[in-house]
Design a protein around this ligand. Sequence first.
Ligand code: PAZ
Length: 317
Amino acid sequence: MDSSALHEEIDSFFDSAPPLKDCAKITDKLNQFIELNSPSSGEGKRRSVVCVTSGGTTVPLEQRCVRYIDNFSSGNRGAASTEYFIKAGYAVIFLYRRGTCQPYCGSLPEDPLLECFEFVDDFDIQVRQPHSEAVKGAIRDHHAAVAGGLLLKLPFTTIFEYLQMLRIIALSMRSLGPCAMFYLAAAVSDFYVPWKGMAEHKIQSASGPLDMRLMQVPKMLSVLRTEWTPKAFCISFKLETDSKILLEKASMALKKYKMHAVVANELLTRKEEVTVVTNNGNISVHRNKTRTDSDVEDPLVELLVDRHSAYIKDSST
Ligand code: PAZ
């Protein structure tokens, strides 16, 4: 597709999307966060800022949405990576799907409210002993990151919200130049129903089998890379279930969208290993299997932080 056709598709996607709720508030929060972590800020010290996207986008089938198509992602990778980026000295904009995994909450049980707390008497509650350290750690580290201006959390649900928010974030991160990084781990829908042609009310089953045409979501990675934040360091992810096509698809994405690296992973082994595909070759990254509490995000983020530092250095010479 040529560039003007792509721009037309992108404009039409944004023009016809339902307006983002709280757009002005989100933009304000973002600008404050970036200002706080910018070189000109008197308050904080200059930091690199990474936008971590996490969780899957939904595609509504009705405007008053009862049914939707979903994309698989627990948000585990995005949440864990956020913690490692903060540990490495980054400020993180965490663009996440509502209800998915949150940074610093990885050691909590599935239903923390019901499983971690108990009544002491008729009025007061306390943390149950086995969960005490996990709860204290989650609250302490999460609140410290937010209060310290190192973590800004922005939730989305639909593909419309996700792409509108990604654009706002990218435009506000532009001023950071090469110190900006994108770590695009969210699972983003490839197909959608345009808002304007969408049924308003719940689709009725009495009308017989459902015949629905989905449009392709315009590929925004190339505009993110070349127009929204042209100097940012950009990492995208490629998930496949068929190992035979994974690396080829990741290499294609690297070239087509001019990414600095594409992290290739297979659904079944994604927690054990990933391959970082770059223009200078592929790097296999594994979880440390000698430790039960290790994860693959730890060495992955370490590698990408190293590459980003080299990129910042190169950009200044
Ligand atoms: O969120 P999670 O930890 O369950 O899984 C992470 C992932 C597989 C969604 C991510 O690594 C990824 O590959 N995201 C991009 C998916 C895609 O190709 O659209």
